[in-house]
Ligand binder design. Structure first.
Ligand code: SF4
Length: 429
């Protein structure tokens, strides 16, 4: 890649004069000391310098070969900060270069060889998030992320790339004509990309649920899940959004939240429990798992042949982060007419789209390179279609696929087609 340096200089502003829940000032040396205390052991335990385990599975390293943007470097910086050789201002921009895919954690010798005995696991994703949060709390912002989060705060939804109108008023437009109730025990949460841009996806999901006779409603006032803010370091904002959504679920009598987007699934199963502890009283149901179960039980029977030769793109947050890879394959194998060519047998070391954790916002050229590499791997299998289960991966993968004559479709939409449901919305693959 020619453009390996950060395109934009971070804006260094005054640390915010806000305090945490204990009245301690956020930002500044005290918080850096706390950060180092939390991460120094993990940093010193990182013995992969010179090894190829983690960096060779890192999607960013694969396309840049930049040694400052590797899981090893992300740990080494903590040692340098502890030794007083570097400060958060020196390293913050490097941590943009991570999709929080989790591949390095799985491949790390520390995770592989000591995990079972010592119950230890390398946590690069959490480290990257912690550094980004430390940067924001110290007034060190990445320009595109800062704008993105300001706009998200203003609109209560992510701005969504491109010319798509985003506002609270339009968050349920995708459901027009489907006659869906508001509130109830089961709530379908639709992420910002799907609600405002890829509207064919939530329409397909809603219609499949209706076909299976599964009762559900929509939120009274849905806000962004807050996950992207948490991933980019804007933790206070993420918490505010989480507080709103949880209060709204409770007000409408919700017990179960149905989720179609892997990023929301991470927010609700990892971030929200961190924010609310034992008070978080919602069951989180991933729709792709639910659909596999409904097929198994005979409540959904795909019968319309879909004549495509496909492979499956494992979203990082489902496979590498959550170990969910069987159910999407179960669905694909239940669809008549579909020729399914799987990637390989080491499914947890699957490929990344490059879209995650804000990389596409701050460095779209890196996302495009990673997506291009992903589609090259699909092309080797001689397929005409790549099926994904993540709305955020589908735009960059579709762009990369266009050059290689490979279409990208969403797994929920393929299933809907096979159930005889007409799929359509604001955009399609
Ligand atoms: S989480 Fe993924 S993108 Fe980030 S350093 Fe690890 S392998 Fe690279």
């Amino acid at each position: 890649m020619a453009d390996q340096e950060p395109r934009n200089e971070p804006l260094v502003t005054e640390p915010p004069a806000h305090t945490d829940g204990n009245g301690h000032r956020r930002g500044g040396p005290e918080q850096t000391v706390e950060f180092i205390a939390e991460w120094r052991n993990a940093a010193y335990n990182c013995f992969s310098s010179g090894h190829k385990f983690c960096r060779e599975v890192c999607p960013v390293t694969q396309v840049t070969r930049n040694e400052s943007w590797t899981p090893t470097a992300f740990h080494a910086n903590v040692v340098a900060m502890e030794q007083g050789d570097m400060d958060i201002e020196d390293v913050a921009a490097d941590y943009v270069n991570c999709t929080q895919c989790g591949a390095c954690e799985l491949r790390c010798p520390n995770t592989l060889f000591t995990g079972d005995f010592y119950r230890f696991r390398t946590r690069t994703v959490d480290l990257v998030k912690a550094v980004r949060a430390l940067a924001v709390d110290n007034g060190v912002h990445q320009p595109a992320w800062q704008r993105w989060n300001l706009l998200t705060d203003e609109r209560t939804h992510e701005p969504v790339l491109g010319e798509v109108p985003v506002s609270q008023e339009h968050v349920r437009d995708w459901a027009e004509g489907l006659d869906l109730p508001v509130g109830g025990e089961n709530i379908l949460f639709v992420d910002c990309e799907a609600a405002f841009y890829r509207t064919s996806l939530p329409r397909a999901v809603a219609q499949i649920l209706q076909k299976a006779g599964y009762e559900f409603g929509l939120m009274q006032e849905q806000w962004c899940c807050g996950g992207p803010a948490a991933e980019m370091g804007y933790v206070d904002q993420a918490r505010r959004f989480a507080e709103h959504n949880l209060a709204n679920w409770r007000a409408s009598g919700a017990k179960r939240i149905l989720v179609l987007d892997p990023h929301d699934y991470i927010s609700f199963t990892e971030e929200y429990p961190k924010f609310f502890g034992d008070d978080f009283d919602m069951e989180i149901v991933l729709v792709v798992e639910l659909f596999a179960e409904l097929i198994r039980e005979g409540r959904l029977t795909p019968s319309v042949p879909v004549e495509r030769t496909v492979t499956y793109h494992d979203p990082c947050r489902l496979n590498k982060r959550k170990g969910i890879w069987k159910e999407p394959r179960e669905i694909l194998r239940a669809i008549p007419g579909l020729e399914f060519k799987d990637v390989d047998r080491v499914t947890q070391w699957s490929y990344c789209s490059g879209a995650g954790a804000g990389l596409i916002i701050e460095k779209p050229e890196l996302t495009a390179a990673i997506s291009g590499r992903r589609m090259d791997q699909a092309a080797e299998l001689e397929v005409d279609t790549l099926v994904s289960a993540c709305p955020w991966s589908e735009r960059p993968l579709s762009e990369a696929g266009a050059d290689r004559s490979i279409g990208v479709v969403d797994i929920h939409e393929v299933l809907a087609e096979s159930l005889g449901i007409e799929v359509g919305g604001r955009t399609s693959a």
